[in-house]
Write a protein that binds this ligand. Structure first.
Ligand SMILES: C[S@@+](CC[C@H](N)C(=O)[O-])C[C@H]1O[C@@H](n2cnc3c(N)ncnc32)[C@H](O)[C@@H]1O
Length: 550
């Protein structure tokens, strides 16, 4: 019997998971004798000794005058393969065979042992000792965790840190899971669990140390570049490596990249390595520091200018200035790319693009290409949801400006991270847009959309959760403090946000009315001048948004 399994290799020393095809001749977990002892089921405190067991398995006793290597080669596929178990005992000329593969002499018929002058008397059943060392982490956990509930599904590896996101039913086993991971996964020295699904402004996870050293300074490679950072203080998600790569592939040597929420540099650094000029920004001082360090580590500092400010300020000043400079530069032949990877909020910042260059006396030679990320929630077509979000915040349709809408990753049931790539046109940047009026039914649908829990409302909840921030800090990994996580979680659920939510809903509808341009009944014969009445009052909108961040 030959099994070909598609397996996720989560123990690889890379920062992202790799799916490869593995050939297992005989799957050990299909053979009950090779399972850990049944008594370990439900164990919450790791007792390594409890995994010891004795089993009887087939062995081939090779006569000492034979060539052991030759026998091993021919019988290779029948060997018992387990973690840290040597199936060939050279000194004794003894080979352990797989108990599922070999139950009688005839099972070895295709090996033609007779030709090597070895007869059926060579096949014997002898005891072997198995212990904790002989199983991989997934085999150990499968034996311990509740059989009837979802197993540990996936985790991320960031340098020496294993990052788990345990479901509630696995929390009683978290200490054990941490220890098993530390024991079993090559170069893992720290295991943390995402403590609550609350992301703060800087998008670094609130985490709890489960096992190992409280050292979060990591060194990882992505897209051929080296990144160093403190994982407890900055945002890093190994699941975005493919998306980072896709964007970097779009860039050419003479392009410029404006990376508005740069993090520690996964777009910036490889783009600069390609030779692009990069203007990178991040609000988190720790991300900014790591960004500067990573540029230096990868010897690209000369191509990158780093900023540490709010993206809105960055758009209004640095980005605007950069557009003006590039437009004045006749020698500039490249493309301008703008990455906006802050999916919970970036679309809202699009409101600052219309009219950004109004009253500037320049000609736009190139249309900058924006890559904005967002979360599309709901059962409807996610591309359409993403597009409507962008249109809502831009206050216009993107039809003629659209390059592509791409799925990035699934975040939760009915919630996908999407990328909308679209061009900033001259009309948009100079505030000359005469947005096509949406059909009424589409307007209604949009106002429905605005009734959905918005990012701002989520932020409210985040702000509330932030007040309990200390409770979730990594330094509080002691058992007594970890209890607080649950307490706060249930308290948060009880907080009534309904009243505030309604106010925010109302505000959003008001804002929506301002943002989505109300066009004159007849199409204007010419593009409207820069002082277009229909243009959103971005200052007022920004002030309103700030008020809403209760
Ligand atoms: C989702 S992470 C993306 C980081 C990086 N670009 C990546 O792809 O991994 C978003 C980043 O935006 C930063 N950030 C959050 N709010 C911001 C703001 N208002 N202005 C600028 N950066 C902000 C966070 O510190 C975080 O590093």
């Amino acid at each position: 019997m030959i099994y070909t399994t598609r397996t996720t290799l989560t123990h690889l020393p890379q920062t992202h998971r790799v799916v490869v095809r593995l050939r297992h001749y005989f799957k050990n977990m299909l053979c009950p004798d090779l399972h850990p002892p049944a008594a370990v089921r439900g164990m919450q405190q790791l007792d390594r000794a409890a995994f010891s067991k004795t089993i009887k398995v087939p062995h081939l006793l090779v006569p000492k005058d034979k060539n052991l290597n030759e026998v091993c080669r021919s019988i290779k596929k029948y060997l018992l393969k387990m973690e840290r178990y040597k199936p060939v005992i050279t000194e004794e000329y003894k080979i352990t065979l797989h108990p599922m593969a070999v139950q009688k002499w005839e099972d070895l018929a295709d090996v033609k042992l007779e030709k090597l002058d070895i007869g059926s008397e060579a096949l014997v059943w002898q005891e072997i000792q198995l212990c904790y060392d002989n199983w991989k982490y997934d085999e150990i956990l499968k034996a311990v965790l509740p059989e009837d509930k979802e197993a540990l599904s996936s985790f991320s590896k960031i340098g020496h840190i294993i990052h788990l996101n345990l479901k509630d039913h696995l929390l009683p086993y978290k200490q054990l899971i941490g220890e098993v991971m530390c024991d079993k996964i090559a170069d893992c020295r720290t295991v943390v669990n995402k403590s609550l699904s609350i992301d703060n402004t800087y998008r670094n996870f609130q985490m709890e140390l489960l096992c190992g050293e409280p050292n979060y300074q990591v060194s990882v490679k992505e897209n051929g570049c080296l990144f160093q950072f403190d994982f407890s203080k900055v945002y890093w998600n190994p699941r975005l490596s493919t998306e980072h790569e896709k964007i970097v592939k779009m860039l050419n040597k003479h392009d410029v990249l404006y990376d508005l929420y740069a993090g520690v540099g996964p777009f910036t650094v490889p783009a600069a390595r390609k030779g692009c000029e990069v203007l990178a920004n991040d609000l988190n001082p720790d991300s900014y520091q790591a960004l500067v360090t990573n540029c230096a580590l990868n010897r690209v500092s000369k191509n990158v200018t780093c900023h540490n400010k709010d993206a809105v300020e960055f758009i209004k000043h640095e980005l605007k200035q950069a557009f003006l400079t590039k437009c004045a530069d006749k020698c500039f032949l490249g493309e301008m790319h703008i990455t906006m990877n802050l999916p919970a909020m970036a679309v809202e910042h699009l409101v600052h693009f219309p009219g950004l260059l109004k009253s500037e006396d320049i000609v736009l030679h190139k249309k900058p290409l924006v890559h904005v990320y967002c979360f599309a929630k709901g059962v409807e077509d996610k591309k359409q949801i993403a597009r409507e979000l962008v249109e809502r915040w831009l206050g216009m349709e993107v039809e003629d400006m659209l390059k592509e809408i791409a799925f990035v990753r699934n975040v939760a049931p009915n919630k996908d991270m999407m990328r909308v790539s679209f061009y900033l046109t001259e009309d948009l940047l100079f505030g000359r847009t005469t947005s096509k009026k949406r059909p009424l039914d589409e307007e209604l649908r949009l106002s429905d959309l605005s009734k959905r829990p918005s990012n701002k409302m989520k932020d409210q909840r985040k702000q509330l959760a932030k007040k309990a921030k200390n409770v979730f800090s990594v330094s509080q990994a002691k058992k007594k403090d970890l209890k607080k996580t649950k307490e706060v979680s249930s308290t948060l659920k009880k907080i009534k946000v309904q009243d505030k939510r309604e106010k925010v809903d109302q505000k959003f509808q008001d804002l929506h009315a301002q943002i989505v341009t109300k066009k004159a009944p007849k199409p204007a014969p010419k593009p409207l001048p820069a002082k277009n009445k229909n243009k959103p009052d971005t200052k007022k909108i920004e002030a309103d948004l700030n008020v809403m961040q209760m």
